[in-house]
Design a protein around this ligand. Sequence first.
Ligand code: UTP
Length: 302
Amino acid sequence: MNTLKIGGRIRTAVFPVAGLGTRFLPATKASPKEMLPVVDKPLIQYAVEEALAAGVETLVFVTNRNKRAIEDHFDRVYELENELLEREKPDLLDQVKDILPRSASAIYIRQQAALGLGHAVLCAAPVVGREPFFVVLADDLIDSPPASGNVLEQLLGIHERHGGSVVALERVPREHASRYGIIQPEKIGERLYGIQSIVEKPDPGQAPSDLAVIGRYLLMPEIMECLEKTGRGRGGEIQLTDALGQLLATEQVLGYAFDGTRYDCGDKLGYLEACVELGLKHPQLSREFKEYLIRRVPLLEP
Ligand code: UTP
């Protein structure tokens, strides 16, 4: 095993947004699923805000031809800004003007064909270079208690203490194992596991545990060499899970059962749950929305 590099700050986050979003059709026929709004912000903006809060400066979006709306969302729109200025709407102006701070740069790379998450991450290799980086799947919307920091900050804390790659884990019902990469864990500490092996979308009876890898990763750059060697796996796609399995042969990969709640917004039910929960927390809407739910829920029939 290689000795692990104990890392500091992570400067780059990769956002693979080139998936087809078939679980959310027809909404995702012509517009990206990452632009689905939860209350008043698109999923991708929650993901970008999380990365910026964790200290990221370079945002790498792996896109396809259907994802122009994401580029436009993070661009300035001077006509709209002037209009809001003239109409004296400073709050709205603030919300559209500085979605990306000046210190951050956004880079867009095309994934020519939807060959899988692993392939999408590999497309970012020329920008990532030889530094550790985050991978953020925006359709996993994660709400963490402020005291714990967001999930990327939690992974960074583990990386600072132990070095190496760290992936976010969540316990899932066994019958859902076939939706995730599932690890064989070795418990190291509170919420912390060494990954012994990892398997993509196992049949529930074959799953090595109930600990699933979810859409947040802090990866050492060596993952790129592993991805280059990874052939097509489950579903005919180049799987990040398979590359992580290769990385395990040469260095330790840790898993951290993050503190927070994940909403799978690539799935219609998970998306609805996120809208309710974040609506209830929204500073301007929470009171009226809660009143609506209190009126509405007793009318529900089981
Ligand atoms: P998903 O497994 O959610 O696939 O991808 P999907 O195509 O987005 O959605 P469904 O399952 O058809 O509904 C996980 C992540 O990997 C990205 C997706 O954008 C998503 O963030 N991805 C997947 C790519 O960027 N490229 C790919 O070729 C596949």
